[in-house]
Ligand binder design. Structure first.
Ligand SMILES: [Zn+2]
Length: 195
């Protein structure tokens, strides 16, 4: 039973409350589109979704169905219950104006996940500086033997999804990513459903 749906237009994002026990489904309707996800505890926004804790406890950088995503206080925030893709990134920060400036020498305005998360989370009292490394759904980052990172097009095809069960009451931010390279140079929407 779907309780709520959000349709994210290309290069946008949103924030909302997600109660414990509900399932968040992030769907790539057209394929090859990344969606950045972050979360904070509703009762104390100093507790946030931690890349470091989650990777540490899973002992892998490739988190998929069966894995738990932890907070900075080592409490479970999400359990990944379904995953039709099996490739997501939890190493890299949400794209931002500074990302485009430093990596691509692009100095004009550029939409970004960081800006979209900042706007989406502001109504819930989350400051931009509090936004951590995001769980970058469908983002295809590989680590070469040298340690160098390689970003390839997302492997997601139309209709692919990941479903995460909330393990505490959460404030959630989610985007349709704005970075050219991460999305194979075309921007598509993202659909979000809450069950
Ligand atoms: Zn992005």
């Amino acid at each position: 039973m779907t309780m709520t749906r959000y349709h994210l237009e290309p290069q946008t994002g949103t924030g909302f409350l997600l109660e414990r026990g509900r399932t968040l489904k992030i769907i790539d309707p057209r394929g090859e589109q990344v969606s950045d996800l972050t979360a904070f505890a509703q009762d104390d926004t100093r507790e946030w979704l931690s890349s470091g804790r989650s990777i540490d406890y899973a002992n892998t950088i490739y988190l998929t169905a069966g894995h738990t995503l932890y907070s900075n206080r080592s409490r479970p925030m999400f359990t990944i219950v379904e995953d039709t893709v099996g490739r997501h990134d939890f190493l890299l920060t949400p794209c931002s104006r500074d990302t485009f400036r430093l990596l691509y020498d692009f100095h004009d305005y550029h939409p970004s996940c960081f800006e979209n998360l900042s706007k989406g989370l502001a109504p819930f009292g989350v400051e931009p500086d509090a936004i951590p490394t995001t769980f970058n759904v469908f983002m295809n980052v590989r680590v070469l033997p040298s340690g160098e990172l390689r970003i390839d097009p997302p492997p997601s095809r139309p209709g692919d999804y990941i479903a995460l069960r909330a393990e505490m009451d959460l404030i959630v931010g989610v985007t349709a990513c704005s970075a050219e390279k991460s999305n194979n140079y075309s921007f598509k929407p993202i659909d979000v459903e809450v069950y």
